[in-house]
Design a protein around this ligand. Structure first.
Ligand code: NAD
Length: 493
């Protein structure tokens, strides 16, 4: 199967284009070939989006929303098929694949509901016979750049609010996971979205991503990916005076206090650390544990880790799937030596799995380090794999400081039975998302999603907050006095 761009409601011709194979990380099988597009392809897509945008902005918002209801319905109808495509190209286990598709369905219905809200404000004017209001206006053409770890959910967090607000978009999916974008293009087509509203251009970040950011016809860039790439996107976007929304890396922690329900904490850590093979932006990669329960927590965690089944995510009994590619496998593995040299103790894992199916795919053993100090590289840098560091602390205050002592600020969690501590924690944890007595993952689509510090630049995906990225506030004054009234001058307040 050859995946080609979806532009202006058409599937682009493929002659003379360069293609790259899409591989199943579980077994190395070639699933498809994806087009590696050029700057000219980006220009074509942006021109189509520009042409469509004015007309689309004038379609009543509830009618724009009706397309989203249809997109949600089609996704729901195809949930199982979409989940299977997702698991094959990305590797996460099928149960999580279904969950991710469900996230997209939820987002479609939620944002469709916004089509009948998109509230602005009316407010009294300081002058007589004058009316004042603020309304949300669409911005224009938006560029969406997404990572491989959530090939569909993240795209829906961005594209659905963008279109319900009256923008059109050009989406560049990650090179590793274009198949979900292709499936979504088919759904956009079938839902009857007017041509040019949704455009998808496949290709590398270097060529297609850069061209999208530099294109003068694109007014907003919504990016999710690594902090390293995000910095480049911000620089180029800043130079071009674009609105740039960034969701980037994480180094998330679960804090376990001495009064915690340890079995519950272990379950939360396992799910947060090893789900999606540790490749979630919200994955738990640090466990900050009170000295009083450290040994016991470690013991229980180790025994549960032994029971984790690792393999092809299409197998319903598997709990941990492969990592995305060979390069990721090697990057993860390089941190084992880093940890050892820094003086951490490797309790389990720390190896690339081999033999049988493992030889064909990219499998890493769930790994646990202990005796980790907060400033070690393994406790500071995003490893993005199934590797967890245990850090011992002796007080609640120290736990908060350790949690906050990284450049990232996406998600954090605390297990405690003390309600006062729980409230202090939600106030003091410097992350965009905080969980009490739950792991670091599990975001729901109607709440804002994003992080502080090196994770973000103040914007949010998901929830109503996403509309702020894709709309401008317009203030409208209507003077019905029939005379010149000067604000701040012609009133006697
Ligand atoms: P990445 O930064 O390598 O790539 C992300 C996207 O940017 C891809 O589509 C890529 O092709 C594109 N890109 C690469 N170089 C580019 C450039 N110079 N200009 C424009 N675009 C470019 O990230 P990844 O490896 O795909 O994803 C993993 C990262 O994403 C992790 O750091 C993870 O924490 C982060 N992430 C963050 C969130 C969040 O919401 N905070 C969610 C998921 C993933």
């Amino acid at each position: 199967m050859k995946l080609t761009n979806f532009v202006n409601g058409q599937w682009q011709q493929t002659e003379q284009a360069e293609f790259r194979p899409v591989l199943n990380p579980a077994n190395g099988e070639e699933l498809a070939q994806v087009r590696m597009s050029t700057e000219q392809d980006v220009d074509l897509a942006v021109q189509a989006a520009l042409k469509a945008q004015k007309k689309w902005a004038n379609v009543p918002a509830p009618k724009r929303a009706a397309y989203l209801y249809e997109i949600g319905r089609l996704m729901k109808e195809r949930k199982e098929q979409l989940a299977q495509v997702l698991t094959k190209e990305m590797g996460k286990v099928i149960e999580e694949g279904r969950g991710e598709v469900q996230e997209g369905i939820d987002m479609a219905y939620y944002m469709a509901g916004e089509g009948r809200r998109l509230f602005g404000e009316t407010t009294p004017s300081e002058l007589a016979d004058k009316f004042a209001m603020s309304i949300r206006s669409p911005i224009g053409v938006v560029g969406l750049i997404t990572p491989w770890n959530f090939p569909v959910a993240i795209a829906t967090w961005k594209s659905f609010p963008a279109i319900v607000a009256g923008n059109t978009f050009v989406w560049k999916p990650a090179t590793e996971t274009p198949m979900m974008a292709y499936e979504m293009a088919k759904i956009f087509e079938e839902a009857g979205l007017p041509e040019g509203v949704a455009n998808i251009v496949f290709g590398s970040g270097q060529e297609v991503g850069t061209a999208l950011i530099e294109h003068q016809g694109v007014r907003v860039i919504s990016f999710t990916g690594s902090t390293e790439t995000g910095r480049k996107v911000a620089e180029a976007g800043g130079r071009n005076l674009k609105k740039v929304s960034l969701e980037m890396g994480g180094k998330n922690a679960v804090i376990v206090m001495e009064d915690a329900d340890l079995d519950l904490a272990v379950e939360g850590i396992l799910w947060s650390a090893f789900g999606t093979a540790g490749q979630r932006c919200t994955a738990c990669s640090r466990v900050i544990v009170h000295a009083g329960v450290k040994e016991e927590l470690q013991k229980r965690l180790l025994s549960k880790m032994e029971a984790l089944t690792i393999g092809d995510g299409m197998d319903e009994s598997v709990k941990v799937g492969p990592v995305i590619n060979r390069q990721a496998l090697e990057k993860i593995h390089s941190y084992i030596e880093v940890g050892r040299q820094e003086g951490a103790t490797l309790l389990v894992g720390g190896e690339i799995l081999t033999g049988g199916i493992y030889d064909k795919g990219n499998y890493y053993a769930p790994t646990l380090f202990t005796d980790v100090k907060p400033d070690m590289r393994i406790a500071q840098e995003e490893i993005f794999g199934p590797v967890v560091s245990i850090i011992e602390v002796s007080s609640f205050e120290e736990a908060i400081d350790v949690n906050n002592g990284v450049i990232y600020g996406l998600s954090s969690s605390i297990y405690t039975a003390d309600v006062n501590r729980a409230f202090k924690a939600q106030r003091d944890l410097d992350t965009g998302i905080v969980y009490i007595n739950a792991g670091t993952t599990g975001a729901e689509i109607h709440l804002p999603f994003g992080g502080t510090k090196g994770t973000g630049n103040g914007h949010r995906d998901s929830g109503v907050a996403a509309l702020d990225v894709f709309t401008e506030w317009k203030s409208v004054y209507i003077d019905y006095s029939g005379k010149l009234q000067r604000a701040q001058i012609d009133n006697d307040i």
